[in-house]
Design a protein around this ligand. Structure first.
Ligand code: G4P
Length: 258
């Protein structure tokens, strides 16, 4: 990465807007040093408006420009060019075409974003977290040359970070105990967005444990095995999938200063 830094004008650090701190590489600021940088808060179609505002002002306070983007809907994409131009002008660079390196931990949406900026299917979007790609330059139709780097960055390793990344699907479900993961997700949703949880599944959660809530969801969604026993696995997958697709609403999992 240090070598690649010399070949670019600016770094685009991509974070997941639902969990910006958890999806941030712990060493990235040290590695990037004084290089021009903007933060791209991607997947803003899934994060709350209040969370977005708070994170933008948090990063702005550290004097970093932030583009709020959804690589899927295309929202905010135009802002990237404006901010990048502003930052590199400030750094005294006058190149016509901006050479940018896109960095971020796996699954934050780097390939999708590059494809969006480039205007065609150039970078390979991985459908499994942790799929690495070879370094490649992508010539965008507009004013960018983008350097896509393999998903080699690492998030912090504390329990909270691990849970948040597991909730948003950055850690492969195959290596997780899905039922335990879903209990923690339900616990988290009860704490931060109880109304969305009730409304999303049309259930009452008052005084219920995560297990009882999951059983309620299973009953509502007809997740029963032939023997009449609750199909916990199916119900768990429904909760995970609906949360990740934003069907329970736009939810930010962590806030600055928490
Ligand atoms: P990466 O290069 O950083 O590893 O991430 P990648 O682009 O492969 O994206 C990871 C997943 O995140 C993909 O979903 C992608 O569609 C999704 N994604 C990327 N940007 C956004 C965004 O702004 N909003 C939303 N809602 N999703 C986004 P997938 O399920 O793994 O693949 P697929 O179903 O899209 O094929």
């Amino acid at each position: 990465m240090e070598k690649n830094l010399k070949a670019v004008d600016i770094v685009f650090e991509v974070l997941d807007a639902r969990a910006p701190l958890s999806s941030k590489d712990m060493n990235i600021d040290r590695i990037i040093g004084q290089k021009a940088k903007i933060i791209i808060l991607n997947k803003c179609d899934l994060s709350s408006d209040d969370g977005n505002k708070k994170w933008i002002s948090f990063f702005n306070r550290g004097v970093t420009e932030v583009a709020l983007v959804s690589a899927v809907t295309g929202d905010g994409l135009k802002n990237i060019a404006n901010l990048a131009r502003k930052v590199i002008n400030k750094a005294g660079i006058k190149n016509k075409s901006i050479r940018a390196m896109v960095v971020g931990i796996p699954n934050v949406g780097k390939s999708t974003l590059i494809n969006c900026i480039a205007g065609k299917k150039k970078a390979k979007a991985a459908n499994k977290p942790g799929v690495t790609r070879a370094k490649q330059w992508i010539e965008a139709k507009s004013q960018f040359e983008l350097l896509d780097t393999p998903g080699i960055l690492r998030p912090r390793e504390d329990k909270e970070t691990f849970s948040n990344l597991a909730f948003i699907g950055t850690i492969n479900d195959d290596v997780l105990d899905v039922k335990t993961l879903v209990y923690s997700l339900i616990e988290k949703l009860v704490e931060i967005v109880p109304e969305e949880l009730c409304a999303g599944f049309k259930i009452d959660i008052k005084d219920k444990t995560p297990l009882e809530i999951l059983e309620n969801i299973a009953a509502k969604r007809g997740c029963l095995l032939k023997t009449g026993i609750v199909d916990y696995m199916r119900a768990s997958n429904i909760v995970l999938s609906e949360f990740r697709k934003g069907k329970l609403g736009k939810i930010t999992l962590e806030y600055p200063g928490c």
